[in-house]
Design a protein around this ligand. Structure first.
Ligand code: 5GP
Length: 206
């Protein structure tokens, strides 16, 4: 019996781009996309719950997870460990469910090595669309600030090279819609559909 696998969707991008906000909105709106809860060694913030926002771990516990190969990817970010528990992702995908990871860029690069069939979405900063306007609005910014902004924008944009899709975070709602559209389109990809039909046809012939 053919069982279609779920998609692994990796949402990543520069720090401060709004990955968390977009992912939270997507989680509320598109309940059929499962969210992978990460493990972290950072302290919980007010309102954050263990198992909902993160699995809060000690450094020792996290290092054990690394040793036992229980993480799909992990990274050290601003003095703390963050990582994706492998079991949940594997089980959900095998059950045909789509899973989204909201992770920083180093982790996304690891997923590319370990799970190249994942879909990589780069969330781009909203300020980019405004950058040109701001640059052409004479007198509002000093030359130093403009040069700095261009430099930051270039560095951020260089990161997108290894991603399949780019979604600009101009509004949370619009970004969610685009991500959902990508997921729908990925499910319609010929390579996926063809594999499914070939398999079904062999089952009918048997
Ligand atoms: P925060 O501490 O603000 O919740 O998250 C800090 C950064 O860690 C964010 O950029 C977030 O996307 C990233 N992050 C959260 N979970 C993971 C994870 O499992 N793996 C990696 N590599 N990054 C993560």
């Amino acid at each position: 019996m053919y069982k279609e696998k779920g998609l692994l969707i990796v949402l990543s991008g520069p720090s401060g781009v709004g990955k968390g906000t977009v992912c939270k909105a997507l989680r509320e709106q598109k309940k059929e996309i499962l969210y992978s809860v990460s493990a972290t060694t950072r302290n919980p913030r007010p309102g954050e719950e263990h198992g909902v926002h993160y699995f809060f771990k000690s450094k020792e516990e996290f290092e054990q997870m690394i040793e036992k190969n229980e993480l799909l990817e992990w990274a050290e970010y601003v003095g703390n460990y963050y990582g994706t528990p492998l079991g949940y992702v594997q089980n959900s995908i095998n059950e045909g469910k789509d899973v989204i990871l909201e992770i920083e860029v180093q982790g996304a690069m690891q997923v590319q090595k370990n799970f190249p069939e994942a879909i990589f979405i780069f969330l781009a900063p909203p300020s980019l669309s405004e950058l040109r306007n701001r640059l052409t609005t004479r007198g509002t910014e000093t030359e130093d600030i403009i040069n700095h902004r261009i430099q930051v924008a270039k560095e951020e944009m260089d990161m997108m090279d290894s991603y399949d899709y780019v979604v600009e975070n101009d509004s949370v709602l619009a970004a969610c819609e685009r991500i959902h559209a990508i997921v729908v389109a990925e499910h319609c990809k010929r390579s996926r559909i063809q594999k499914k039909y070939k398999q079904i046809l062999t089952e009918v012939e048997d």
